[in-house]
Ligand binder design. Structure first.
Ligand code: PMP
Length: 326
């Protein structure tokens, strides 16, 4: 769909996947006035196809738009566009138990001008791509690199919304993590550089203790990390399973000393793409440490199966998180 100031949203249509035509001075290309979302559709055992909590993506998309001085897409239009695409993608059939349809809604400023101000013209687009198993060789802990040279988001910035610029600013640190032999970068807070914020495209959880009494800790939403929909879903599920979940600031040294004295037993990251990823080795300038024994922890794997079972319709959807499309 297109937006033009004075006309509002119009021209919603379904077209074949094809290159876009943009004016070379389209605002998004210069000033990154661009936001996006990521969600998935899952084939259900009865042959229907459902998306997972698309209303939460619609709400976050609207928040991102407002922060970037863009016109929010009404939730009904966002949901209708996602549904129309999933419905049109009838040739998508999962070829295995881990197959999903990844959906990428996005909005960019297309007005041609070179001055710096919010644009008056936008495009809202939804594309989709089949996604296979995120871990073709099974779930294995990732190694992470604590970024001390670069900061992902500062107070008052755009860290709690999903805008293109956040990712552009993160690429060099991700490259540094890879060069250091790690899979992912872990971000620290901008002010004191000691509180753990989040991973590349995922939120983090720390497990204190073990068994039924295990407590989960996840960094609180200070405004500089993305409020993940998976994070929020897991907080709900873990509490239902009887675990205490605490949202608070979490110091790297608390992580390290907890791992060393055995009180922090597991760490995992979560997001739409990978669902839940265990974290193993941690590389930090002040010394490396490894969480657990190098294999995925029991609470990590239990929460992972529980969430996947809900998404794939193998267990009751007690929260109404699935939205049937077709
Ligand atoms: N943090 C960042 C920076 C992300 O890009 C994502 C992926 N959207 C997440 C966290 C996880 O969010 P969600 O669970 O909504 O996918």
């Amino acid at each position: 769909a297109r937006y033009r100031a004075g006309e509002g949203w119009h021209d919603a249509r379904l077209t074949r996947y094809a290159p876009l035509q943009l004016d070379p001075s389209a605002a998004a290309l210069h000033y990154a006035q661009s936001i996006f979302e990521g969600l998935k559709a899952y084939a259900q055992p009865d042959g229907t196809v459902a998306t997972f909590r698309p209303e939460a993506n619609a709400a976050r998309f609207a928040r991102s738009a407002t922060r970037l001085a863009m016109p929010p897409v009404p939730a009904e239009s966002f949901l209708a566009a996602v549904d129309a695409l999933v419905d049109a993608d009838r040739d998508w059939v999962p070829t295995g138990p881990d197959q999903t349809l990844y959906i990428r809604p996005y909005m960019l400023a297309v007005e041609p001008f070179l001055g710096v101000r919010p644009a008056h013209e936008y495009l809202f687009i939804v594309i989709a791509s089949p996604a296979g198993a995120y871990f073709p060789r099974g779930v294995q802990p990732v190694s992470v690199y604590l970024s001390e040279d670069y900061i992902r988001a500062a107070p008052g910035g755009t860290g709690d919304v999903k805008c293109a610029g956040n990712y552009a600013a993160s690429l060099l640190a991700q490259e540094q993590a890879l060069a250091a032999g790690c899979d992912q970068v872990v971000w620290l807070d901008a002010t004191e550089k000691r509180y753990v914020e989040e991973m590349g495209g995922m939120n983090l959880f720390f497990v204190r203790g073990s068994g039924a009494d295990a407590e989960l800790i996840t960094p609180e939403l200070t405004g500089t990390l993305l409020p993940g929909i998976t994070r929020e879903s897991l907080i709900t599920l873990a509490r239902e399973l009887g675990h205490t979940v605490t949202e608070r600031r979490f110091d790297v040294e608390e992580w390290r000393s907890g791992v060393e004295d055995g009180s922090i037993t597991e760490t995992f990251a979560c997001g739409t793409a990978a669902v839940i990823t265990p974290v193993g080795q941690v590389r930090a300038r002040t010394g490396d440490f490894t969480v657990g024994d190098g294999t995925p922890g029991p609470l990590t794997m239990a929460l992972r199966s529980h969430l996947l079972d809900i998404q794939h319709g193998r267990t009751a959807d007690a929260h109404g998180w699935l939205h049937q499309v077709r």
